[in-house]
Design a protein around this ligand. Sequence first.
Ligand code: ZOZ
Ligand code: NAI
Length: 729
Amino acid sequence: MTQTLAAATMAAYRRAAGCIAVITLTNPPVNTLSYLLRESFYETFRRANADAEVKAIVICGADGKFCGGADIKEFAGKFSGPSLVALIDDVEQSKKPVVAAIEGMALGGGLELALGCHYRIAHTKAQVGFPEVTLGLLPAAGGSQRLPRLITLTSALELITTGRRISAPEALKLGIVDKVTDKNALDMAIDFARDIIGKPLESRRLSLRTTPCPPDVESFLDEALASIRKHSRGAIAPLACLQAVRASVYSTFDEGLKKEQELFKMLLTSGQARALQYSFFAQRATKKWSMPSGATWKNTSARPLRKAAVIGLGTMGRGITVALIKAGIPVIAVEMGLKQLEAGKTVIMSMLEKEFKKKQLTKAYREMAAFTLDLAKLQEVDLVVEAVFENMSLKKQIFQQLSSLCSADAILCTNTSTLDIDEIASVTTTPHLVVGMHFFAPAHVMKLLEVIYGPRTSPTAVATAMQLAQQMEKVGVVVGNCNGFVGNRMFKLYAEQAYFLLEEGAIPEQVDQVLEDFGFPMGIFKVSDLSGLDIEWKIRQEQGLTGPKQIPGGSFRHRAGGRYSPLLDILCERGYLGQKTGQGWYLYEKPGGRVPTFNLWLHKFLEEYRELHGIQKHYVGQDEILERCLYPLINMGFHILEERIAASPEDIDIIYVFGYSWPRHWGGPMFYASMVGLPRVLDKLNYYHEIHPDIPTLEPSSLLKKLVANGSPPIGTWGAFIKEHNSKL
Ligand SMILES: CCCCCCCC(=O)CC(=O)SCCNC(=O)CCNC(=O)[C@H](O)C(C)(C)COP(=O)(O)OP(=O)(O)OC[C@H]1O[C@@H](n2cnc3c(N)ncnc32)[C@H](O)[C@@H]1OP(=O)(O)O
Ligand SMILES: NC(=O)C1=CN([C@@H]2O[C@H](COP(=O)(O)OP(=O)(O)OC[C@H]3O[C@@H](n4cnc5c(N)ncnc54)[C@H](O)[C@@H]3O)[C@@H](O)[C@H]2O)C=CC1
C-alpha cells in the first residue's frame, strides 16, 4: 500500500511544445504537498531549471486538481523533507518564467505555490483560497506575505482571516489570477508560457513588491482587529492571520516571513489547531457511516429520489420543503387545514423567492412545490418527511395512513426530535423503510441532519437518507434510536444544569456570558428565548414530566427519579414563551423583539422561588457554570458511545459543531473532554455528584471511568475500548 502510494506520489515531468517543461503535481486524491511530493518537486524543478532546452516551466495538478495544500496529517508529526517555503522561493527566483495552470482548486499551500509562480492561469470552475484559518493556522509558506503584495489589503485580509474560497472569475477580478479560461487551462498555460519566454520577470516576483496600503492604514488595521475580536468567538488563528498581514505592511518580505513562521509555530502547538484539524477529518469520517449490522456505503445503495412529500408545514416543514427543492427534488406539501396550508404556502413561496434571488435559481424551482390537504396525492412519491406536532399518537396515525397510501417502496421519514422511531414504524407494513431524519431549525439553513435508524430500519433507508443529506449539502450523521437521539439527549442535560444553576443562585445573564465566552454564539437562555420556551415545555408534557399527563409519584422539584426544575414550566404557564411573547428569561421591547434586556420580574421571581423552596443561594462562579453545563453533556456522550447509539466520538462532535454551534476550535464535546483531560472531567463529575446526589446524570459513566483507568488514551483509540467495554456487558 505504502509502495503504491509512494509510486503514485510525484512531481511528474514532461516536455511540451519543445521548450516547455510541464511539472504535474501528483498525489491523489487532491495532490497535497506531502513530504514525498515536496521531495519529488524539488528534484524535478531543479531538473527543469538546469535543462538548457527548457525555456519556461508550467506547473499543474494531476486529475484536474491543481493542489489541495499541505498534507494536514503531517502537522501532527515532525516536519521533514524540503520546506515548502524554500521550494516556493526556488520557483519565484527561477530565471525561466513559471506559470501555474490551475484547474479544480489551489488551496492553502497550493495557492502559495501558485503565488510563487510568475503567472497564474485558471479554469473558470477552479476555486482558490487560504482555508488555513479554518484549520487553526495561517498561510505559512509566504502566503500571508505575498497575497497582500498582490491585491488590495482589504481583500487579502478578508481572504486570509476568513478562509473564504473564491471562484476563478472572482480571483481574476481581485488580481489573484492573470487569466481565466473555460477551455483547457493547461493548454492555455503552455501557449502563454511560450509567449513570455525572454520577457523580464522582476515585476512578477511578489516578494520584491511592497504592500499597497489604504491612506490611513493604521486605523484600518485597528478596525479590522476590533472586528475580528468581536466575531472570532475566542478563536486565535484569525488574530494571528491579522498579525501576519500587518507584518506584510510594516516589514520587509524576509522579516514578514519570519513573523509568519513564528505565528505558525505558536498556532501549530495550540490546542485550537489540533481541534480544528480533528474536526476536518471527523467531518469526512461521518460521511463513511456504518451500522452495527456492518452496513456501509460499500455494501448498500441509496434509492433514487424523483419526488418527495412533506407533511406539516409549520416551522420545520417549511424549511424542509425549501431544502428539498433547493436540492432539485419536487415536493408535495401537505397540511391538515386550509388555513394552515395557505399560511405554509405563502411562507414557502417567499422563502423560495429569496433563494431564487440569492442563488439565481431558475423559475422552475418555484414551480416544484405543490400544495394539498389530501394525503392520497402521495401515491407516487419516493420519500415522505413527516413534520407534524411532536405527538406520538398523531405521528402513528399519519404513518398508518402513509403505509396504505404510498407505494410499497417509499421511504418514510419522521422529523421527530425525541420520539421512538421504532414505535412509529410499528404501525406501518414497511418498518424497514422507516427512518428518522432529524433536521435542525431553520431546516433550509442548518447544516446538520441526524439520520436515525431503529432496530428494523434497513441499510437502504439509511443510505437513501444519507444520500439525500449530501444532495441537500448537509452533514448527515447516522445514529441509533433512543430518546432525543444524540444531540437532544445530550442537550437536555446542558439545559437542565442551567436551570439548576438558576435555582442555586445564578442569573441567566451570568450563565449566558460564560457560555458565550467559551465560544457559543448565544448562551442557553438566549437560545431558549429565541426558539420559544414552549418547545421544551411540550416535550416535557409528552414525556409525562408536567401538565395534564404528568406521571404521578414525583414532587415539585423531584420527578422521574431525580431532581427536576419546574422553572421553565412556570414561565410557560404564565405565557412567558421567549421572544415571541416579548418575555422569557429576558425581557424584549415587544413581542417578536430581538434584543434581550434585564428581566426584573424574573430576578424577583427567582428570589421568591428560592425562599419558598428553602434553597440556599450560593455564589456560582465561572468555572462552576462551565463545568456544570458542559461535563454532564459530555458524560452523556460517553453513555451514548457505550450504548453504540453513536458509532464514534467524531460523530458526536460533528453533531455538536454543526447542529448546536459548539465552537469548532474546541473540536466538539468529546474532543474537548480529551483536551481538558479525562481525569479532570471524571473528578469534577464525582465532585458535583457528591454535592448533588439527587442528580443521577452527574454520576460518571462507566466508559469514562474505564478510559481514565486505562491512562486516558487519545480520542482516536477510544473505539477499541468501547468495543472491549461492550463485549463485556
Ligand atoms: C515550516 C512549516 C511551513 C508549513 C507551510 C504550511 C503551508 C500551509 O499554508 C498550510 C496548508 O496548506 S494547510 C491545508 C490547506 N488546505 C485545505 O484546507 C484544503 C482541505 N481540503 C479540502 O477543503 C477538500 O478536501 C478539497 C476541496 C480539497 C476536496 O474536497 P472533496 O470533497 O473533493 O474531497 P474530500 O472528501 O474533502 O477529500 C478527499 C480526501 O482527501 C483528504 N484531504 C483533503 N485535503 C487534504 C489535506 N490538505 N491534507 C490531507 N488530507 C486531505 C480528505 O481527508 C479525504 O480523505 P479520505 O476521507 O480518506 O478520502
Ligand atoms: N421546531 C424545532 O426547532 C424543531 C422541531 N422538530 C420536530 O419537527 C416536528 C414539527 O415541529 P414544528 O415544525 O416546530 O411544529 P409546528 O407546530 O410549527 O408545525 C407542525 C405543523 O404540522 C401541522 N399538522 C398537524 N397535524 C397534521 C396533520 N394531521 N396533517 C398535516 N399537517 C398537520 C400543523 O398544522 C402545523 O402546521 C416535531 O416533531 C418537532 O419535534 C425537530 C427539530 C427542530
